[in-house]
Design a protein around this ligand. Structure first.
Ligand code: SF4
Ligand code: SF4
Length: 428
């Protein structure tokens, strides 16, 4: 193998004078320049391929920042990858197969040399905010409650994002509401005997990847629905065809999800809460000091999608309101974390179902425990609960914002929309 003296980012090589900068230093320098509206982000003399690595968004979820030094048979990253996405690279060790990578971050955690990093997409987003001549909407995942301070309300968050240049902020919890309705109606239609059961289709790309890639015999039990993120992006683009959409959440797997061929195009960029924090750190904006810009959006049960058990509870409560007298009641069972999800799926396959509605979340605790959350999951769950309890509506059935969106799309009732529109459908 060829000897290396420098630092690699993907396949990019830093010149000697710039090798003094760590990746983080370079990242913050370029981010600051992007915020100031400078067109030339790179320090002079830098390899243009390095700029591409930090400024092109669709380049996978994991990047290698140094050559691999581990012997080929001791690569902990490859051992940790359950998705067969890490392969021997041509000249610098391991290579990430972006088609197979689901963005679980297991390889990043397993690399003792800190050679693998999660991809950042904030710089291209800032460039869009400066240069794009159409609307750019931020879609925030419900786990955002409390991430930027316990006193940062959703209204203050909206003001902050508008001050950063976004046209508006939408809560993805409102689209979780629409998918709750879809899942409840699917259950009502399909689960009619003791032997029938349904797995949640929405929300977590890790759960869906597990079923698609490892347990595909269960796919007939998964309703064909997109996630709330994709539902939000598709809705924005249906109503504002020129709009760009930026999802902001605690999740790395969403970066991979947005590029899946059958749903690509709904979301233009995926940022994490940590990337948003980085952006705020190079501005003077303090979310806690921003004015309130509150809008009614999501119901209690849509907001609680942010923690484990939230999806199952949302569908259960909504089904009770849709059809309170149905003979077969919904019995939920849930799991969080990849090993827990696998154990539950194995129980289903071996006949120990103990339920007829199964929710799986890839992270322990659900999205509040996502890899790019800022605060501990217990604190995140408390903040989400406080915000959820403040909603004026318990379920999507009473949510006028959801009904309003559907009317804007040309549908007078939820049932009408779900049977006549394919906007939120997906074929697995
Ligand atoms: S992020 Fe997960 S799926 Fe992607 S390469 Fe790493 S371990 Fe494999
Ligand atoms: S549970 Fe984890 S992997 Fe799944 S959507 Fe939430 S943050 Fe992403």
């Amino acid at each position: 193998m060829e000897a290396y003296n420098g630092t690699y980012i993907g396949y990019c090589f830093l010149t000697e004078e710039l090798a003094m900068d760590t990746l983080d230093e370079l990242y913050f320098k370029m981010l600051k320049k992007a915020v100031d509206g400078e067109l030339e982000l790179a320090p002079e003399g830098m390899d243009p391929r390095l700029i591409d690595c930090l400024t092109l968004p669709d380049d996978g979820t994991v990047v290698r920042v140094k050559p691999c030094l581990c012997p080929p048979d001791e690569r902990h990253c490859a051992e940790a990858c359950e998705w067969d996405a890490l392969k021997p690279g041509n000249e610098v060790g391991i290579a990430v197969d972006t088609e197979k990578c689901v963005g679980c971050q297991a390889c990043i955690d397993a690399c003792e040399l800190d050679s693998l990093k999660a991809k950042k997409d904030i710089i291209p987003v800032v460039q869009e905010l400066h240069q794009y001549d159409g609307p750019v909407y931020a879609l925030v995942a419900p786990a955002i409650a409390g991430q930027f301070g316990a006193d940062v309300t959703m209204g203050k968050m909206r003001s902050t994002l508008k001050a950063l240049g976004f046209t508006g902020m939408l809560e993805v919890a409102a689209f979780a509401d629409i998918l709750t309705l879809k899942e409840a109606l699917e259950f009502d239609k399909n689960i009619n005997s003791e032997g029938d059961f349904q797995l949640t289709s929405c929300c977590c790309p890790m759960w869906i990847a597990m079923i698609k890639k490892l347990y595909h015999q269960l796919l007939p039990n998964v309703p064909g629905s997109v996630s709330p993120m994709i539902a939000g992006g598709r809705t924005v683009k249906a109503l504002h065809p020129k709009a760009k959409t930026v999802f902001i959440g605690p999740c790395l797997a969403k970066k991979a999800e947005k590029n899946e061929p059958d749903i690509a195009g709904a979301i233009d960029y995926v940022l994490t809460y940590q990337e948003l924090r980085d952006l705020l750190s190079v501005t003077d904006l303090k979310p806690a000091d921003m004015p309130e810009d509150a809008q009614l959006h999501a119901s209690t049960t849509g907001i609680t999608y942010a923690y484990a058990g939230g999806v199952a509870a949302a569908v259960e409560r909504t089904l009770e309101k849709l059809n309170p007298h149905r003979k077969i009641k919904l019995q939920t069972r849930k799991a969080d974390g990849v090993p827990g999800c696998k154990a539950m799926i194995n129980d289903i396959l071996e006949g120990r179902r103990e339920g007829n509605f199964f929710e799986g979340m890839g992270c322990i605790g659900g999205c509040v425990g996502g890899p790019r959350a800022i605060i501990p999951k217990e604190e995140g769950k408390k903040c989400v609960q406080t915000y959820a309890d403040s909603s004026a509506f318990e379920t999507p059935m009473e949510n006028p914002y959801v009904i309003g969106i559907l009317k804007e799309l040309g549908f007078n009732t939820v049932e009408d929309f779900l049977t006549k529109s394919h906007l939120y459908d997906r074929q697995f």
